[in-house]
Design a protein around this ligand. Structure first.
Ligand SMILES: [Zn+2]
Length: 422
């Protein structure tokens, strides 16, 4: 009769409640345990030993009833996700009180059990566990040294407790009225050497356009399929000199030169960034076959030097990029094309085979790039037919209008996106 004995030691009522029972949380070890109690970060819970206490925010909570193993009666369980800024973790509260657990509320949990499910730790609140409501201010404050340094492209959904150095490429603020309170919410776009990512700050942080900032204690959350950097009252922003970011040698923040300017100075040194709209994709692009002797692309199975051949499969693209001041033919190698397609060479070969059509890959590439905006890093080489741009790296750009639109949509539905779980 295990289930019948379960009952958490619960102090119900939010901390701002007037009944006093949930207010004024006591410091120090909980009275229910004689052993010393350690405050733990969720990130460290999996490797922790002994009695612990965690303080974390409720991201989601759902009440269910499940049939007991012995088939006699049902067992109530409240389960969902908790976050404390270092990790997000699943919890199950067995035989919970009838009080509703609201999203965003903060719990202090003494003596939870740690279980492992599919190699991930989870918290289980049973009869030995004490659960109390706490205030936002009691959430653990992360030291800078606890935050992991990340590039934007390294962030994964649900990741928390990191720091990131980036340039603010777009930034808009908006005032929302939540109940009787007004709050300023800021959204926009960040860029670093690895890429770009939208952000939402649920508090008014110092994030003006064109500033370079280090963001401490943010989280990465998906919103409508796109990952975002999300900041809240635990996040902090510090301005940095631009040179710190430039030293990372990034494409995302590199200021592009005008193609017209480049046409007049084709002999200029080194690599340059250009940015424009793809107005044409030239054949053959996509999946091609190269002569094993000279690497020329075969035309209908023929090399013009070496005759018929089966050839080696490869990916390439020749596209015309226009920025309004001029245009170039850009040559993209396999790596860049894989990046644009989101497919590697073996997958591209498979696609052509499935469709029984060798031009299927070119068609897909055409959908992905034609009329889209790209930033390219590479070298310009003059030729008989104008400039050819040999591309080292490619960065597809979300059209800025779309980003602002998305940010506005986000702001209209704050609840749906507020601290979305992974
Ligand atoms: Zn050949």
């Amino acid at each position: 009769m295990k289930g019948a004995t379960m009952g958490g030691g619960v102090v119900p009522g939010p901390s701002e409640g007037s009944d006093g029972r949930g207010a004024a949380p006591e410091e120090g070890p909980a009275e229910t345990t004689g052993v010393s109690l350690q405050d733990r970060r969720l990130r460290d819970v999996g490797s922790s030993q002994g009695a612990m206490r965690v303080t974390a925010r409720v991201l989601t909570a759902e009440r269910r009833e499940i049939a007991r193993k012995d088939g006699v009666g049902k067992l109530a369980v409240l389960s969902g996700l908790l976050s404390d800024g270092t990790a997000t973790m699943r919890f199950s509260w067995w035989d919970p009180p009838s009080v509703d657990l609201e999203r965003g509320s903060v719990l202090r949990v003494t003596n939870p059990q740690v279980r492992t499910w599919r190699d991930r730790p989870e918290l289980s609140f049973g009869w030995k566990t004490q659960v109390e409501f706490a205030s936002e201010l009691e959430l653990p404050r992360l030291e800078d040294s606890e935050l992991l340094e990340r590039h934007l492209s390294e962030l994964r959904p649900g990741e928390e407790g990191f720091r990131v150095l980036a340039k603010v490429l777009l930034s808009e603020s908006r005032t929302l009225t939540v109940g009787e309170r007004k709050r300023v919410i800021r959204s926009g776009l960040l860029g670093d050497s690895s890429g770009r990512m939208a952000f939402t700050a649920w508090v008014d942080l110092d994030l003006p356009v064109d500033s370079v900032v280090e963001i401490f204690g943010a989280s990465a959350r998906p919103f409508q399929g796109e990952l975002q950097v999300v900041m809240d009252e635990r996040s902090r922003v510090e301005r940095r000199p631009e040179v710190e970011l430039l030293s990372m040698g990034g494409l995302a923040t590199e200021r592009p030169v005008e193609i017209g300017w480049l046409e007049e100075r084709p002999e200029g040194p080194g690599r340059r960034a250009i940015e424009g709209v793809v107005v044409e994709l030239r054949s053959p692009s996509g999946l091609i076959h190269r002569c094993p002797h000279c690497s020329r692309s075969l035309v209908k199975g023929f090399c013009r030097e070496h005759g018929p051949s089966r050839g080696e499969p490869d990916l390439r693209a020749r596209l015309v990029l226009d920025d309004g001041t001029g245009s170039v033919t850009a040559q993209l190698s396999r790596e860049c094309v894989e990046n644009l397609l989101g497919l590697d060479l073996p997958k591209a070969i498979e696609l052509a085979r499935e469709r029984l059509d060798p031009t299927a890959v070119q068609e897909l590439l055409s959908e992905r790039v034609l009329t889209h905006r790209l930033r390219l890093l590479g070298r310009a080489v003059p030729g008989l037919w104008g400039l050819t741009f040999f591309v080292d790296r490619v960065l597809p750009l979300t059209p800025e209008a779309t980003v602002v639109e998305e940010a506005n949509r986000l702001l209209r539905t704050p609840d749906a996106s507020l601290r979305e779980g992974p």
